[in-house]
Design a protein. Structure first.
Length: 257
């Protein structure tokens, strides 16, 4: 299934004073939309600082990378190298499959394009991986994986997404009628430049309330989420802004541990 979601304007006169300002890939009119919030709104209650030595950080990253390697060593519940459309993706004006890639395009307007796995997976614990490159648009555009995709009775989607840009930025977002920025930053694990492919992967577990993010086999971040332990949904691909991304070697695994 393919959705095109209109992104609502955020009136300048109603923007709160911000302690954190994230340059969003979403567009309002012809200009990038700045999502602004206080630290408390973005991060919740201020946590007590915890000092982690470099050895602890390295051990956590190594454990996460080993977890990903262990999961992806097993057969996926769905995979597609896009040599054809035997899986029956919803191709059309914004989605095409050729040359071993699925191309997802936003032709015009402040939109995003979302394409979910055709088998309509319903996973609470999921691991997904894909090679993605931005092939048209701006280096600040973003593309990647969406997960826990659900729809309401009117067909409106809700989901989380892990996105990366050609300028080395990544972000974890939630969409539920409005956008919520959860976490992100710049990662040296990402390859820079338009047309440069990055292998993005994620491990998401609703019962344990976390998502771990990876780029090119390297651990990027583990984010704890305040969600229902019974949350489940489909997995898919997403691109933002007026541009195009190519995807290949897409695989979903029905496990997170």
């Amino acid at each position: 299934m393919t959705w095109t979601v209109k992104v609502a304007s955020y009136p300048t006169t109603h923007r709160p004073t911000c302690a954190v300002c994230w340059r969003s890939p979403l567009w309002s009119g012809g200009n990038p939309l700045q999502l602004r919030s206080t630290l408390g709104q973005v991060l919740g209650p201020t946590p007590t600082p915890t000092a982690l030595d470099q050895g602890t950080v390295s051990a956590n990253a190594q454990a996460a990378e080993q977890q990903l390697a262990g999961i992806t060593a097993h057969p996926p519940v769905f995979s597609d190298a896009f040599g054809s459309n035997n899986a029956h993706w919803a191709t059309g004006s914004s989605v095409s499959i050729h040359d071993g890639h699925l191309y997802l395009t936003n032709a015009a307007g402040p939109t995003l394009a979302l394409e979910t796995t055709p088998t309509a997976l319903q996973l609470s614990a999921a691991t997904a991986r894909v090679d993605v490159a931005l092939t048209d648009g701006s280096p600040s555009d973003e593309a990647g994986l969406c997960f826990w995709v659900t729809t309401d009775s009117k067909g409106n989607p809700s989901y989380f997404c892990y996105l990366a840009s050609a300028d080395g930025r990544y972000g974890l977002w939630q969409y539920h009628g409005d956008w919520l920025y959860i976490s992100g930053g710049y990662s040296s694990a990402l390859k820079l430049g338009m047309g440069q492919a990055n292998t993005l992967a994620l491990i998401a577990n609703a019962r344990q309330g976390y998502a771990s993010l990876f780029a090119n086999g390297h651990f990027v971040s583990r984010i704890h989420l305040s969600i229902s332990p019974t949350l489940s949904g489909n997995v898919g691909l997403l691109v933002l802004n007026i541009g195009q991304a190519s995807f290949t070697n897409y695989a979903v695994y029905g496990a997170s541990a």
